[in-house]
Design a protein around this ligand. Structure first.
Ligand code: SAH
Length: 396
């Protein structure tokens, strides 16, 4: 298509990954000419190779290491509401084949062709995160497209997360359409959950663990379950719905535990769920000292490595957690260990978990290694963006 945006030229022989299909073009790969220097973050550009061959339409940011994110292999694509509506319709069509009810991540950024845009769908309430300037400057257009495609009751911007500062964007939470929805409830893995998309953690709920919660619950029947870093009890309630005799949620957040309590009430498990507000490491030590053991233990902490420099301390923390959690698994029990740090790769996480379990002197089998559920797809040329790791061990 004809070039309609300012042109961004790649240096000779540069942009190898982008030419092979990756959406990311790095700042050292482009010719930073006077025209480009004048552009605001978030503007659309037509990208061409050194010899003028068109590469596609991208969104520019002169402030970041990733200087441009391709959104189409065609140049001259207008990033209007129709463009966003088409991408969102396609993303929703995939999810609606996979899930019986409309509670899922409907847009997972690059993987759904919209770099930096995350949309979680709670029925007719949409909770949105914009991690790039390109999405941020198009807020009105995106809201228009979301209204067209989903006819929602409310759209909330949850732009209150750390990564936005890298893009030079402010932290804010805002209702951009409809009325404040309050709490929403939905059924997952046989239990009824409650979350608040306006004030809860991230967008309100962690849909990425849905399938891992269901898998862990297969080991729950007749067992006691311990859900460490429980948030609103996603693992604990799935275990109770699958026949666990009792469950204990440990979390440092009172609010998260409050939601777990509401989920237990809504699911009819009030008498089987206990809540403990505590630091996870301290609580595990207490349980071990008191000789309390559980047939199923899940530890799903927040990201210990927020940047590359945290890798070594984070790795040690994952090892320590594996050791402490293994220590409270009953003989013949099951241990689920998770990491959502994308700076710790699957191989390293596996090694640290194995070391921690060994330190606890617990012979183990690795039954399953998995990632995020299918509503969190991965761009085929960005395998490094697959951040979630979940390992299931059977302990002797
Ligand atoms: N397992 C949850 C998601 C966990 S998110 C699910 O399936 O939905 C991580 C949780 O860890 C958050 O709820 C946060 O409040 C809690 N947390 C963070 N630091 C903690 C600490 N030191 N001790 C206990 N909980 C902590």
């Amino acid at each position: 298509m004809p070039l309609i945006h300012p042109t961004m030229k790649l240096k000779p022989r540069e942009g190898k990954r982008a030419r092979a299909g990756s959406p990311w073009i790095f700042s050292n790969e482009i010719v930073m000419d006077a025209e480009l220097k004048k552009l605001d973050s978030g503007e659309a550009v037509d990208v061409v190779l050194d010899d003028g061959t068109p590469l596609g339409t991208a969104i520019f940011n002169g402030k970041t290491l990733i200087a441009a994110r391709l959104v189409s292999p065609e140049t001259g694509v207008d990033l209007n509401a129709a463009f966003f509506a088409e991408r969102l319709t396609r993303a929703d069509a995939i999810r609606s084949k996979l899930f019986a009810t409309p509670f899922y991540r409907v847009c997972h950024a690059e993987a759904d062709g919209l770099p930096g845009l995350v949309v979680d769908r709670y029925g007719d309430v949409l909770s949105v995160q914009m991690g790039t300037a390109g999405m941020d400057v198009r807020t009105d257009t995106i809201v228009e497209a979301l209204r067209q495609v989903f006819n929602p009751r409310a759209i909330i911007l949850r732009n209150d997360f750390g990564a936005r500062t890298l893009e030079g964007l402010p932290s804010e939470t805002k209702l951009v359409f409809g009325e404040a929805p309050g709490e929403v409830s939905f059924v997952e893995n046989g239990a009824t959950f409650v979350c608040d998309p306006m004030t809860g953690q991230k967008t309100g709920w962690f849909f990425d663990q849905r399938e891992n919660r269901g898998f862990a619950a297969r080991f729950a029947k007749g067992e006691s379950a311990l859900d460490v870093f429980s948030h609103a009890g996603g693992f604990a309630l799935a275990a109770l719905a699958a026949g666990a005799t009792e469950a204990l949620c440990i979390d440092a957040s009172e609010k998260a535990l409050g939601l777990a309590g509401k989920a237990a009430a809504a699911s009819g498990f009030e008498d089987k769920l206990s809540l403990r507000k505590a630091d996870a490491f301290e609580a595990l030590e207490d349980l071990a000292t008191q000789n309390v053991r559980f047939g199923l233990v899940i530890a799903d902490p927040p990201a210990f490595a927020k940047s590359k420099k945290d890798i070594e301390p984070a790795a040690r923390a994952y090892r320590k957690l594996a050791r402490a959690a293994a220590g409270v698994v009953a003989p013949g029990g099951t241990l689920v260990l998770c990491s959502c740090s994308h700076h710790i790769d699957a191989e390293r996480f596996h090694a640290e978990c194995a070391a921690g379990i060994h330190q606890a002197k617990r012979p183990a089998r690795l039954l399953r290694a998995s990632g995020a559920d299918v509503d969190h797809p991965v761009h085929p040329h960005l395998p490094e963006t697959a951040y979630l790791k979940a390992l299931v061990f059977a302990l002797d």
